[in-house]
Design a protein around this ligand. Structure first.
Ligand code: GLN
Length: 397
């Protein structure tokens, strides 16, 4: 006989209770409820390139509609490997080193599940893009933060060395590096990444690098892949994808590039997580990876203009912003215009100001950090940006 009815709350795994829903996507939902302009979630509100839309439609028509090879079509893996060699300087082949995933987020979860184990320690520089924490928790790994210190959000060498030396005689398993960085906009230099590469190599630590914004850099900044530095070629998982570079965030085409045995492990996990990334969109992504150099030049030019406009407007309203060197976010300190914390400011702006943004505390797990900042995403049409600025001016200007 049944003694008590199961309580839904008790049926939820304790692991899942350790992380919250995405604050970024919660702000998107609130933006919809309040009819606010969504400057919270980083996705373009402008059209994807027409050649890509045509390629996707063609792929469906030509019946690329069934499962693909689970770790990515042969052609797309070859195209990604070629891009990795040419753009990143990573020696890769589609056969041995590339896994196509459902976006960079799945790439991160699959990598963590494949390569970290219960109680492994993973170093995550803080502030951090929010998916790294759930990825670690779902894998059973423990997170250790090191601080990216303001105003420039650089690494503190001593703190890094302490973190790499581990705890109780046990070294960390991995470090997650995100460059260009979300939310700070930092593009880590060759020498900063060189230091990280040396620390990884000296301590046998795996580097997992999220390079999804690699093509969005400003003012001549150079994107450097950590896998190309020191002895890290075989101990780095490089993650990127089509979403940001080609303005197709909903296609969910991401990938990992890694040494053969690491790749085999990632493929195994990916296979049982999602089977494969959408087949017709893998086909269409071939067109993306064969776009001419001029595409990337105009992408950066357009984002530079948007960044400059939003920076200038926010500063004129009294926000204190760090000029992003890459990616498409501005972290804005609102102390001069609002007395409360980041959550109250973001709530006020989405409900009464008609503009959604992300409270910056969601990019930190250390309590008390990020309380005076919000993150604004600017991959938006010029008129959307103008309208957002106008609405903000009415509230805070
Ligand atoms: N990377 C984007 C951001 O930070 C969002 C990605 C997502 O919602 N999956 O806003």
């Amino acid at each position: 006989m049944r003694t008590s009815k199961p309580k839904a709350r008790e049926l939820v795994s304790p692991r899942v209770k350790l992380f919250t829903d995405s604050v970024i996507r919660e702000m998107t939902r609130l933006a919809a409820v309040h009819g606010a302009i969504n400057m919270a979630q980083g996705y373009p509100d402008f059209a994807a390139p027409s050649v890509l839309k045509a390629a996707a439609a063609r792929a469906v028509r030509e019946d690329y509609n069934q499962y693909e090879i689970t770790w990515g079509s042969t052609e797309l893996r070859a195209a990604i490997a070629e891009k990795a060699r040419r753009f990143n300087g990573i020696q890769a082949t589609g056969e041995d080193n590339v896994t196509v995933t459902c976006g960079a987020t799945e790439a991160m979860v699959a990598t963590m599940l494949a390569l970290t184990d219960s109680d492994d320690e993973v170093i995550v520089p803080e502030p951090f893009y929010e998916c790294y924490l759930p990825s670690a928790i779902i894998s059973g790994a423990r997170v250790r933060h090191v601080q990216l210190k303001g105003p420039g959000f650089g690494f503190d060498e001593e703190e890094l060395k302490r973190a790499f030396s581990g705890r109780g005689g046990r070294k960390p398993k991995a470090i997650i590096i995100n460059t260009p960085n979300n939310p700070t906009g930092r593009v880590f230099s060759r020498s900063e990444l060189g230091l990280l590469a040396d620390l990884c190599a000296d301590n046998g630590v795996l580097a997992i690098t999220d390079e999804i914004y690699e093509q969005i850099v400003y003012d001549g900044a150079k994107h450097v892949s950590l896998a190309t530095l020191g002895d890290m070629a075989d101990a780095t998982v490089t993650i990127s994808g089509a979403s940001k570079t080609y303005s197709v965030t909903g296609w969910r085409i991401g990938y990992t590039v890694a040494e053969k045995r690491l790749t085999e492990a990632i493929r195994k996990v990916h296979d049982f997580l999602t089977v494969c990334a959408p087949s017709p969109l893998q086909r269409a992504a071939l067109t993306a990876y064969s776009l001419p150099e001029s595409y990337y030049t105009s992408l950066t030019r357009s984002y530079t203009r948007k960044r400059d406009y939003l920076m200038k407007s926010l500063e004129a309203m009294g926000f204190d912003c760090l000029k992003p060197q890459g990616a498409y976010y501005i972290l804005a300190d609102f102390r001069a215009v609002w007395k409360g914390d980041d959550v109250s400011f973001a709530e006020h702006m989405v409900k009464d100001g008609g503009v959604a943004m992300v409270p910056a505390s969601s990019f930190f797990s250390t309590p008390g950090l990020g309380k005076k900042q919000v993150r604004l995403a600017f991959p938006k049409q010029d008129r959307t940006l103008r309208e957002a600025v106008e609405r903000m001016r009415k509230r805070v200007g």
